[in-house]
Design a protein around this ligand. Sequence first.
Ligand code: GLN
Length: 492
Amino acid sequence: MSTDLTKLSAVEIAGLVAKGETSAVEVTQAHLDRIAAVDDRVHAFLHVDTDGALAAARDVDARRAAGEELGPLAGVPVAVKDVLATRGVPTTVGSKILEGWRPPYDATIVQRLREAGTVMLGKTNMDEFAMGSSTEYSAYGATHNPWDLERIPGGSGGGSAAALAAYEAPLAIGSDTGGSIRQPGAVTGTVGAKPTYGGTSRYGLVAFSSSLDTPGPCARTVLDAALLHQVIGGHDPRDSTSIPAPLPDVVAAARRGAGGDLTGVKLGIVSEFTGEGAEPGVLAAFRESVDALAKLGAEIVEVSCPNFTYALPAYYLIAPSECSSNLARFDGVRFGLRVGDDGNRSLEEVMSLTREAGFGPEVKRRIMIGTYALSSGYYDAYYGQAQKVRTLITRDFTAAFERVDALISPTTPFVAFPIGARTSDPYQMYLADLYTIPTNLYGGPGISVPCGLSDGLPVGLQVMAPTMADDRMYRVAAALESAVGTLTPPTL
Ligand code: GLN
């Protein structure tokens, strides 16, 4: 077949497979070949599951040959962030402490991906334990942005976003605690959606900050992201915070938005996120897309959300606090690495040596900050205060959504920065998620959609919607995509 299968959208691939014009094996092989050709330069993958992928593809082809009704994404390859447990397939969370761990079970999302007939290509690179904004904090080396290999692909899910931009996979899974799906989407010119908290299952997702962690879809088009969202989303009794309600019809909303009519939709620009601090090129691309949204019929107003400026400090107390508790389970006894167990050392010594060797510097920094914020005498001043700020941010969202249907802002204050530019100062790295964090603290959905270029590098626009109104954000994102188009990265 002459078409380059790696350049197609998930919808196109699924269509060809369904009609028998190509096979799932052919599609999978094309993507495995692409990975073999470019991933030594991109390093999007930590593990490529060649045998597993081809076996899954053969199974889809056999089911189709037997006349079975296949789902809308059957035969489509997907790359999975290494934060989700995959049965028998290495799962490291980008950390040495889990090196060699092969989970005995699948995360709910992975199970749903398999049931839908998608083909898992492998596990993608990430900042260790999803803590970071550049994928440079992976214990296995940085991922490179396909737009410019000297630059970061965002983080923590830089591997998933880079795999899409390098045409190594048409679909990917990420997880978003403070921006880790949307920020990599923005800086790689791809689409990344953070669902409503509780709208996608956390079962089998290695926990970072349990009140914020939200797995979600990454793709090159809004419709592909919505289709993937529909496959992985919905109630899961194995996750206690999963919402026991049907998922909004995100696919119908994306199709409706693609029609390019936003008449009757009121959008609020977050005024705190369009001023000082954002790069001029980012603001210019954002302003142009706002004009495009207005041309599609949307009414645009400015909305002030004064507490959003405190989201970053609140997040950097709440997330480390939760992480300091969650990461206590990595003790050298239950999973992965164990150091110093020579028969003469006490359990405490082995735990301490394992954690010293297994965790990287950023993870240790978070554990220390979190332990301090939760310690007696400081709890009210730090953790308690941050929780109060979280409530104020939620109130800002509630008030805004009484006036507008959705909020918009740039996804990130700056485009992809050079590798190494922000690693020496943690605060500079934290700033990458300035605009995405409020949504996590509130719990609503947010999506990043490409909105233009600044000096040849992608810029993303973020749409934020009320909780359980994920369909609304897909409609607006698809409408914008219909006006500005998708971005094509330079050929690798
Ligand atoms: N960059 C943020 C952090 O380092 C967000 C990470 C995420 O969403 N997983 O915590």
